[in-house]
Design a protein. Structure first.
Length: 271
């Protein structure tokens, strides 16, 4: 039986993601411009990132004023309830800026430091993914009703389709390209979607066999990591560690460990 608190958190996360997704989809100005930069001049934030985060955090503060919040665009509240929301209002900002469809809203809720709810909506794909700890992973989309997600059976590594992402700092990106160059001959192929949250959900939905990336933040992966794990994926960082900014690795059982070992051997976690 689902914890009533978790059900309430899921309902709020779904509402906030739906409303923010509609704002981003329907409110995108034709002359959308860069409002600021993050780690480098090509790592951008737009006015819509900021507007979506304000919508989400405002709704959470109204409904659950004692909760903490950590948001990519600056929202930070300690809270006193033991619940913290981890929010990426627009994961895939450069895709969004260019009018590409692979972007998402990612909202996770932690209870006493453990992620218990995750919601990722990809409005231009018409899909929303969600999970509650211990309750499986689910999605709605072009099909009728909710679909329970499950990772695909693991292929041999040389037949695995793996997604990744690249940092916006040139030196880091150059190193990541070298790691990818060494991996490509050992895999079926590599994909680069542009939204970590969507990549993790695609793994959960059986559309990928694995995923890895260096340089992610809590808001990039909190919801997607839970959704992937609840669909049967394994996730981690460097061997024996949890996903982190050093390295995030996710994969079907059978792909995860050999992929993680290769990434360790190739030094994917450092320059």
């Amino acid at each position: 039986m689902t914890d009533p608190l978790h059900s309430d958190l899921l309902d709020l996360a779904q509402e906030a993601a739906r409303r923010a997704g509609a704002l981003l989809r329907d409110g995108r100005p034709a002359d959308l411009a860069v409002a600021a930069t993050k780690s480098s001049p090509i790592d951008v934030v737009t006015e819509m990132d900021i507007a979506a985060e304000k919508l989400i955090t405002g709704l959470i503060a109204e409904r659950r004023p004692d909760d903490g919040i950590l948001g990519e665009e600056g929202a930070s509240t300690e809270g006193t309830s033991g619940v913290r929301w981890v929010v990426d209002p627009l994961d895939g900002t450069v895709n969004y800026l260019y009018g590409l469809p692979t972007w998402s809203v990612s909202i996770a809720a932690e209870q006493d430091g453990e992620t218990v709810v995750g919601v990722v909506t990809a409005p231009m794909r018409g899909e929303t993914f969600h999970a509650v700890l211990g309750g499986g992973a689910w999605a709605t989309g072009a099909w009728d009703g909710e679909r329970r997600l499950a990772v695909r059976p693991a292929p041999p590594l040389d037949q695995a389709l793996v997604s990744t992402g690249f940092n916006y700092v040139a030196e880091v990106r150059t190193h990541q390209a070298e790691v990818a160059r060494r991996l490509i001959p050992l895999l079926r192929d590599i994909r680069r979607g542009g939204s970590a949250a969507v990549d993790l959900c695609d793994l959960a939905a059986g559309r990928l066999d694995g995923y890895y990336e260096r340089g992610l933040h809590a808001w990039d992966l909190a919801a997607g990591d839970l959704i992937a794990r609840e669909a049967g994926a394994l996730t981690g960082g460097r061997p024996g560690e949890r996903p982190s900014g050093d390295l995030t690795v996710a994969g079907t059982p059978g792909v995860f460990e050999p992929l993680q070992r290769l990434l360790e051997d190739f030094g994917a976690w450092h320059d």
